[in-house]
Design a protein around this ligand. Structure first.
Ligand code: DOR
Ligand code: ZN
Length: 343
């Protein structure tokens, strides 16, 4: 196939950040996605309806003229949260809340310690129909970083899903065959997002021939058997898996550092890279479900009505972009050739 037209897709997981950088991140996503689930790990974090609404307005202010792009807002769960915060969030149009185990990733120090203590909040989310989005990694220092997702499933996720059977849970940016298997075996209320980097890369791409800081994200890339399982999951066409880029900008100096930040800024190439992956898998007929239908259906939101056309044509991701601050940023897949292009 040389050309494919799909219903306008949505990005069910990304990081826009805040302030000036919105003038970079929001147009990059609005170029091809109609909606995006906006992660709340700002500093300070988006922990209540008022903060979410103010943040939403700052995002809307950065949407390019003529674009209908809509941000979908989320709350950052903390141990201080009450069921009333969930009621208020629902009233304000917030669609989901994100569970980060404290310290699991960027800007998560203030997040949840002791997941059991959150059960009254989860119960209210279940009642209000707010989705629970989970960064599924344990943070205990003795657990090997490559095992943290699998241990999280066994220690926490099975119990959350069993205790709140009608709570909709998105296992975010899954990276292992264990996670794909867990999602497949779980009820229809459990789904997962998958990033372009976890479909395209494995830990060799991070560590062989020198450390590649721009391929460092969390959960960290795993061995190729896990990458293969994720590719099989998306190629299966299962409605439990959908597009979530986890596009997460960090300036070049913050990535190329003695203690480099986690995150791949993929917004400028993600849809094209997903298309490339589905093409490699001989599964282009499954792309539209993954990119445009499964997420909307799971969230209970209408499917988009427009279309996006991609053509098989090589182009190169720029080596570097300049953020509104003047700092350079190295986008995901920088300098490399992508084989599909938005027409
Ligand atoms: O790689 C990541 N970057 N993973 C996350 O969970 C957070 C994100 C960020 O905010 O930079
Ligand atoms: Zn993320």
């Amino acid at each position: 196939m040389q050309k494919i037209t799909i219903t306008t897709p949505d990005d069910w997981h990304l990081h826009f950040r805040d302030g000036d950088i919105l003038n970079e991140t929001v147009p990059a996503t609005a170029r091809c996605f109609a909606r995006a689930i906006v992660m709340p790990n700002l500093v300070p974090a988006v922990t209540n309806a008022k903060l979410a609404l103010a943040y939403k307005q700052r995002i809307l202010d950065a949407v390019p003229e003529g674009s209908q792009f809509q941000p979908l807002m989320t709350l950052f769960l903390t141990n201080d949260m009450t069921p009333q915060d969930i009621v208020d969030a629902k009233t304000a149009g917030v669609v989901a809340a994100k569970l980060y185990p404290a310290g699991a990733t960027t800007n998560s120090a203030a997040a949840v310690k002791g997941i059991e203590a959150m059960h009254p909040v989860f119960a209210e989310m279940e009642k209000q129909g707010l989705l629970l989005l989970i960064h599924g990694e344990v943070t205990e220092s003795h657990i090997d970083i490559f095992d943290r997702e699998k241990v999280f499933i066994d220690q926490y996720l099975r119990k959350i899903v069993a205790d709140f059977p009608t709570l909709k849970v998105v296992f975010e940016h899954i990276t292992t065959s264990d996670a794909a298997q867990f999602v497949k075996e779980s009820s229809e209320n459990v789904a997962a997002t998958i990033t372009p980097q976890h479909l395209m890369l494995n830990r060799n791409d991070l560590l062989v021939g020198g450390v590649k800081p721009h391929n460092y994200c969390l959960p960290v890339l795993k061995r190729s058997t896990h990458q293969q399982a994720l590719r099989e999951a998306v190629a299966s066409g299962s409605s439990k898996f959908f597009l979530g880029t986890d596009s997460a900008p960090h300036a070049k100096h913050a990535k190329e550092s003695a203690c480099g930040c986690a995150g791949c800024y993929s917004a400028w190439s993600a849809l094209e890279l997903y298309t490339q992956v589905f093409d490699e898998l001989d599964a282009l007929d499954k792309l539209e479900g993954f990119a445009s239908f499964h997420g909307a259906d799971f969230y209970g939101l209408p499917r988009n009505t427009g279309t996006v056309t991609l053509e098989k044509q090589d182009w190169q991701v720029p080596e570097s972009l300049t953020l509104p601050s003047g700092d350079p940023i190295v986008p995901f897949y920088a300098g490399q050739t992508v084989s599909w292009k938005i027409a």
